[in-house]
Every structure is written in C-alpha cells, then in structure tokens.
Design a protein around this ligand. Structure first.
Ligand code: PMT
Length: 353
C-alpha cells in the first residue's frame, strides 16, 4: 500500500487516517489540487461498507424527500441543519432477532431540533425509529393521555384537554404547527448502522448546495463495531449449539468522507461521549485534529444533561446549567444551540463562497 507516489506535477500522498489522497506541489504536502478520494488508487474502508451493505427498503423514498426539502429551502437562501439523533443498531442475524444497540434516548437531538427551528433554521431530523422526536418528546409515555378528558361516552363522545394542561400543551402545539405548516422540518429514520450510512450520505449529497449555510449536528450514537454481512448467519442463532463466538469488526468513521468529500464547505459539529472525564477533552481534540472539522462537543454520560464542553482547534469552554436554571425547566440544548449558531454566524462572515 503506497504512502507516497511521485507524479509529474507533484506528489500524491495518501492519508491513511482520513482515507483521502492529497496532490501536493512539494514534499511538505502543500495542497495544490484539492483533496481527491482514495478510490483513485484503492477502495477505502467506508466505500467497502457501502458495497457490502444494501440500502434500506425506503431509501429511494427518503432520497426524494431529502432532495425536495433541500431544493425548496436552498431557493430561499435559508440556513439549514442536519441533526442526527438516537443510537444505531448492529444486527447479529440477517433475519434479525438479536442485535447490539447503542445507548441514546434521542433527547439531545430532539430538543436541539426545536431550538434550531426557533432560530429559523430549516431542520432535517435524521433519527432512530421510535427514539424521541421534537415536540412529542414533551408528552411521551402516559403524559399525553393524562392531559385529556373523555366526556360523555357514547354517540356524543367529546375529548378535551384538561384546563390545567392547556398552558403546557399550547406553546408546544403552536411551535409544532408553525414548523409543520411552514414545511421547515423533515423527519427521516434509521435503525441499523447500515441504514444510517446510506441516509447520511444521501442527505449530504442534497445538502452540498447550501455550502457554508449548512450545519451538520452529529449527535447520534453510531455503532463502532459490527458483524460484516458475509459473516452473519441468515437465521436466528440457536442456543442449542452452545454460546456463540461473535467476532465484531470496526465500523469505518464517516467523518472523513463527510468533511473531505461530501460537504466540504459545511459547518460540521460532532459529539464525543465518554465515561472517563480525564480523557474527554483529549479525545475531542484528537477527533478535531484527525478530521479537521469545526467543533466537537464533549459530554460525559453521567452529566450530559447539565454540562458539555465545546472544543475547537484553539480553545475549549464549558457550557453548564446552573441549579436554578435546571429547577426552572431550562434545557442544556438551549445554550448548546445558541453557541453553535453564534459560531456558525462567525464562520459565515469569513467563509462565503
Ligand atoms: O440521546 P441522548 O440520550 O440525549 O444522548 C445524547 C448523546 C450522549 C448520545 C450525544 O450527546 C452524543 O454524545 N453523541 C455522540 C456519541 C458518540 O460517542 O459518538 P462516537 O464517539 O461514536 O462518534 C463521534 C462522532 O463521530 C459522532 O459525532 C458521530 O456522528 C461520528 N461517527 C461515529 C461513528 C461513525 N462510524 N462515523 C462517524 O462519523
């Protein structure tokens, strides 16, 4: 596998970490011809993933929806955000009975979608099927039923909202109607990590026209390990055959093609979840150095609802909710989204194409 190939016009160097090919005019690697995709010389890990995993059955329908949504908002010069939310699964059988799941309720993504809408962004909400969604998240479980009153059962049945629930429901319903009737939010869903791969690439293809006006807010918890399709049994693993040995392989990171190829001008924000605080900032900075995107938001599993840390190329700062803010029902996604939008606005001032 070549690391460097001399070419007449300069040097082609292969960056194995980001799986990209650089064409440089000197041996220091100054880029003269942009960044090309590694498939010029060899198939990359992430490309292989697409060739070995079929798109989900609703893929074409979603692609049409994404294209229509992006084209409509691009015409009006609107800013747009793609939010990924919820965890991906990794099936252990083709006819799936068992799967490995990734932790995420979808709160971060669903709440953030509401705040981006408040700031007039168009929102693509790409989420795990049945994870939390904007607006309805406020009334999950039995909460919604408990807000309703059933009057006069029989042919004249009436259902009303209990008077003390109106104040709770009305503002959420108003924001929901506003987003829905203005066509400002599109919902698309994934379940498996392969679904996520196909959908994310399709969304990026449609978002590319927004150039710097697009924000990618990658809050989904994406599986890091998977069972390759050709090593997966067709049918349910039988317990009678004894405890199975399951060999997992590394899922390729999509941040590399995302930043270098699919939406190179977009403002890309990724999240980093850790359980050991001592490595959080180091891991976030490693990710920035490796993929060269704009911002990593680090969070600890245990404190993710009260505290996050924004890590950029040259700084890091915490966003923390005070005790009284929590008691007043404030959500951390409110300042997270405000900070991301402030950084996006700054970025737009210096990166207009
Ligand atoms: O939904 P909640 O319960 O509210 O929880 C929110 C959250 C804790 C899940 C969220 O805030 C969060 O931290 N999400 C990222 C979880 C994570 O650990 O990501 P990661 O280390 O697997 O990946 C880091 C980044 O790389 C992510 O932004 C991901 O989009 C990206 N990635 C991951 C895997 C992959 N194959 N390709 C990628 O590009």
């Amino acid at each position: 596998r070549p690391r460097c190939i001399d070419a007449a016009a300069g040097v082609l160097s292969v960056d194995r970490e980001t799986e990209t090919l650089r064409i440089s005019n000197d041996s220091r690697g100054t880029c003269i011809a942009g960044i090309c995709h590694l498939s010029l010389t060899m198939a990359s890990h992430w490309e292989e993933f697409y060739t070995t995993h079929l798109p989900p059955t609703d893929f074409e329908d979603n692609r049409i929806l994404l294209k229509e949504f992006c084209d409509r908002h691009n015409k009006t010069g609107q800013r747009i955000v793609l939010i990924t939310s919820g965890g991906t699964t990794v099936p252990l059988e083709h006819n799936t009975v068992r799967f490995v799941d990734n932790f995420s309720a979808g709160t971060r993504g669903a709440a953030s979608a509401e705040y981006f809408l408040e700031h007039s962004y168009a929102v693509i909400f790409m989420h795990r099927l049945k994870s939390l969604e904007p607006f309805t998240r406020h009334f999950s479980g039995q909460k919604f039923m408990d807000m309703l009153e059933l009057l006069d059962q029989g042919p004249n049945t009436t259902i009303t909202v209990k008077p003390d629930s109106v104040d709770v429901l009305a503002p959420v319903l108003a924001s929901y109607k506003n987003a829905q009737e203005g066509g400002r939010i599109l919902y698309v869903t994934f379940t498996t990590v392969a679904d996520y791969f196909w959908l994310l690439r399709a969304a990026c293809e449609c978002l590319a026209v927004f150039e710097t006006k697009a924000v990618l807010f990658l809050a989904a918890a994406v599986s890091d390990f998977y069972v390759p399709s050709n090593e997966m049994p067709t049918h349910k693993i039988q317990s009678g055959a004894g405890a199975p040995t399951i060999q997992l392989q590394l899922v390729p990171k999509l941040l590399a093609p995302l930043v270098n190829l699919w939406v190179p001008h977009a403002f890309i924000v990724s999240f980093k979840l850790e359980t050991d605080e001592s490595i959080l900032i180091v891991k976030a900075r490693d990710s920035l150095n490796k993929y060269k995107h704009k911002l990593v938001i680090g969070n600890m599993l245990q404190t993710r609802r009260q505290k996050v840390v924004f890590v950029t190329k040259d700084s890091s700062y915490e966003v923390v909710l005070k005790r009284e803010e929590i008691l007043n029902g404030m959500e951390i996604e409110d300042p997270i989204v405000s900070n991301v939008i402030a950084s996006h606005s700054e970025f737009l001032k210096t990166h207009q194409y």
